[in-house]
Design a protein around this ligand. Structure first.
Ligand SMILES: [Zn+2]
Length: 418
């Protein structure tokens, strides 16, 4: 019988000054995750251009895949028959899947991606990118949408999302929630939060039912998702409401996901409100952040894990992370630069290849370019979070944050030059 005791979380060191940041260990049926941890994204059961064995070698502790994509292709039933996500993709460690809600609504509705995630002056509940048909319709029971692959019509409800995620078999799953944007009105945010709350109850009930029905499978933890956009009262209420929610058999959430559109400047504040309210003994995942400086903010304010598609996405566009910022290896100044990307990096790419070679691979459109740059960026990010974790353990978080942010300058032209 799958047993919820197969999943647990323990806290070790904490930040001082009443801050929520901490280190800990999440234990899953497929292994432990030392937190804070960065969870690399393998959207379609693959971290693009990199072998799972390589992800293991560079220190990835867990991978996150997308339920929406795997439902459409190859189909969650096929992943189930393969023995679950980890077995299917030859990744023995812990796995996460998101609920599909974000993709259903963002791809389906055709939000302008930038506008949808950032505040603009207007508030509207009808945000559709110009020239795009509205492909997703939300009602109180679920979402009807068209596939971005072939236009076929599908419907996700909390029960459908739970069914898909149980078939995918990840160690950590997320409740199906409604994605709103910062452009939605306050009234709509309230209505949506109520809907997400009702969906959370249905997810817990269905999760209990499927856990019992699939008793031969390892236990899968379910995280509730906190929405509420930029409103303090809504965020706090969402946390309190989710914490008290129980399934018919008494099952509560195993952890929490902090979701929704967040502006960079109030990321820490919003994560802090949530962590004020959430129980200490359950892990908190921040869904989708982007840049290294955000990781300090997220961790300081109480996020234990977070996923981020950026290290691999930008690597395929020749953008490379070093401690001073992000630079583009595609520019001509690197043609004859026979030094590694980063002298201080311990990754396979930096040990064996030069900037000139990587520059050449991108110019020649060689696939190896994406592989080598992704290895570096993923390793860079994993190592950064490892260093953040160590700094909390050693009581040196504030010094390390100051040192890092003192040299980090965002987008740069050349490392080592001001
Ligand atoms: Zn490297």
């Amino acid at each position: 019988m799958a047993d919820s005791s197969e999943f647990s979380f323990s806290v070790d060191a904490r930040l001082d000054g009443g801050r929520h940041g901490r280190t800990g260990v999440i234990s899953t049926p497929h292994g432990d995750i030392a937190t804070p941890a960065f969870i690399p994204v393998g959207t379609k059961a693959s971290v693009k251009a990199v072998l799972p064995e390589t992800m293991r070698e560079i220190g990835a502790q867990a991978l996150l895949a997308n339920a929406y994509h795997l439902y459409l292709q190859p189909g969650s039933d096929i992943v189930d028959e393969a023995g679950g996500l980890g077995k299917f993709m030859n990744w023995p460690g812990p796995t996460f899947t998101d609920s599909g809600g974000f993709q259903v609504m963002s791809l389906g509705v055709g939000f302008k991606k930038v506008l949808a995630m950032e505040a603009v002056g207007v508030r509207s509940d009808q945000v559709i990118a110009e020239g795009k048909e509205r492909l997703a319709v939300v009602d109180d029971d679920g979402v009807t949408f068209r596939s971005h692959l072939d236009g076929s019509r599908h419907r996700f409800t909390p029960e459908v999302s739970m069914g898909i995620q149980h078939q995918l078999g990840a160690d950590v799953m997320f409740a199906f929630d409604e994605l709103t944007t910062l452009m939605n009105t306050r009234g709509y945010q309230e209505q949506s939060l109520q809907r997400t709350h009702e969906w959370a109850q249905r997810c817990l009930d269905e999760h209990e039912r499927l856990t019992a029905a699939r008793a031969d499978k390892p236990y899968q933890a379910l995280f509730g998702v906190i929405q509420g956009a930029q409103y303090e009262d809504l965020r706090r209420k969402a946390c309190r409401d989710l914490e008290t929610l129980r399934g018919a058999e008494g099952t509560g959430f195993d952890g929490y996901g902090i979701g929704g559109a967040l502006e960079k400047h109030n990321l820490g504040t919003i994560v802090g409100w949530c962590c004020d309210e959430l129980p200490e003994n359950k892990p908190r995942h921040l869904l989708g952040i982007s840049e290294p400086e955000d990781m300090f903010t997220a961790v300081e304010n109480g996020a234990d894990t977070f996923d981020c598609v950026n290290p691999s996405r930008v690597a395929r566009n020749a953008a490379i992370y070093v401690d001073e910022g992000r630079f583009n290896i595609n520019t001509a100044r690197f043609r004859r630069d026979f030094t590694p990307i980063d002298e201080t990096c311990d990754c396979y790419t930096c040990a064996n290849y030069t900037r000139a070679y990587l520059h050449h691979l991108f110019k020649a459109k060689e696939m190896l370019a994406a592989t080598l740059c992704t290895i570096h960026n993923e390793r860079y990010t994993i190592r950064l979070v490892d260093r953040i974790r160590a700094s909390i353990e050693n009581g040196e978080f504030d010094e390390y944050k100051k040192e890092f942010l003192g040299q980090w300058r965002g987008r740069i032209k050349v490392p080592g030059q001001v």
